[in-house]
Design a protein around this ligand. Structure first.
Ligand SMILES: Nc1ncnc2c1ncn2[C@@H]1O[C@H](COP(=O)(O)OP(=O)(O)OP(=O)(O)O)[C@@H](O)[C@H]1O
Ligand SMILES: [Mg+2]
Length: 288
């Protein structure tokens, strides 16, 4: 059974997508894990980091994205078009060596769709709820993976809830500054309340420091404060601020992960360290 982990933070631009994609690639490439990335963000950043934009346009035109899944929820069962096995993109990533990494791509259309998911088709017994859409759809492939990583948008809307609905746990990437960490306690509380309501545990796996500057006193103080946080542990790995990193967000053909994330091998090494820590915590929490 796959362990399903969401990446979440209400703050935009704190490297949620970078962390999700880098972790997914590292687990698949360096640790031989079978990984599925589910992109739930209308910004489609994880999607276009893993497949070429041209390919994404083609999929989007054919409605082979998560948008079709959510659109279908308004239709009766026999009118639905979403086809999971055709929509999943197999063996994605620009790195040749990454073979066991699959992607469920996203679409800009999710923006409009997420606002009216309350009026979905609820079934004869009213038993279908707007937060169960993704769960019902991906059940059949969960066993094919070791890890399913969900890139969530920076909001707590119904689509994010769909991601959390299937998650065993979540990670919170954050820049160690006041504005980026401000909302963390609320997110943790809110997920805990949602978890009680659906009667399924969703564990806070850990906070991940991103864009860290060792010469910033604010960063150092914030990390000290986060270390005292009782509800969520802090991962030891810190992703440093690295101005070249934006290049890794572009889909370009390279041979190795070190080349993609490298620049003095720095981020590559950090992803290896982080992936080990992540698997260790998953092992402790879930026994995988
Ligand atoms: N360690 C880093 N150093 C410098 N830039 C980084 C680092 N990590 C990520 N970035 C850059 O910061 C920007 C935001 O990163 P990313 O898209 O991963 O954030 P996000 O939290 O997913 O954003 P959003 O809330 O919009 O989904 C990107 O341009 C990315 O390349
Ligand atoms: Mg993102």
């Amino acid at each position: 059974m796959a362990k399903i982990i969401a990446t979440i933070n209400l703050k935009g631009g704190v490297a949620k997508t970078t962390t999700t994609v880098g972790l997914a690639e590292t687990l698949a490439c360096e640790f031989d894990k079978r990984v599925l990335v589910i992109d739930l963000d209308p910004q489609t950043n994880a999607t276009t980091m893993l497949i070429q934009e041209e390919k994404w346009r083609e999929l989007n035109n054919k409605e082979l994205t998560t948008a079709r899944l959510f659109k279908d929820s308004k239709l009766a069962m026999n009118e639905r078009k979403f086809d999971l096995r055709n929509t999943i993109q197999y063996g994605v990533s620009s790195i040749d060596k990454v073979k066991k990494l699959d992607l469920l791509p996203s679409s800009l259309e999710l923006i409009e769709i997420q606002d009216n998911l309350t009026s979905i088709y609820r079934g004869r017994f009213n038993a279908i709820t707007p937060v169960d859409i993704l769960k019902r759809a991906i059940n059949e492939v969960v066993d094919n993976y070791d890890y399913i990583l969900i890139d969530c948008p920076p909001n707590l809307g119904t689509i994010t809830l769909n991601g959390l609905r299937i998650s065993d746990g979540y990670i919170i990437p954050t820049i160690p500054d006041v504005l980026s960490t401000y909302g963390i306690p609320q997110v943790v509380k809110w997920i805990s309340e949602f978890s009680s309501e659906i009667d399924k545990e969703i564990k806070p796996i850990g906070i991940v420091i991103t864009k860290y500057s060792s010469n910033s006193s604010v960063h150092k103080t914030t990390i000290k404060e986060l270390e005292l946080e009782r509800d969520v542990k802090l991962f030891k790995t810190k992703f440093i601020q690295c101005n070249d990193l934006a290049k890794a967000a572009e889909y370009t053909e390279v041979n190795t992960l070190a080349k993609k994330w490298g620049y003095g091998e720095k981020h590559y090494d950090l992803f290896i360290e982080f992936a080990k820590e992540f698997m260790g915590v998953c092992n402790d929490e879930f026994g995988v």
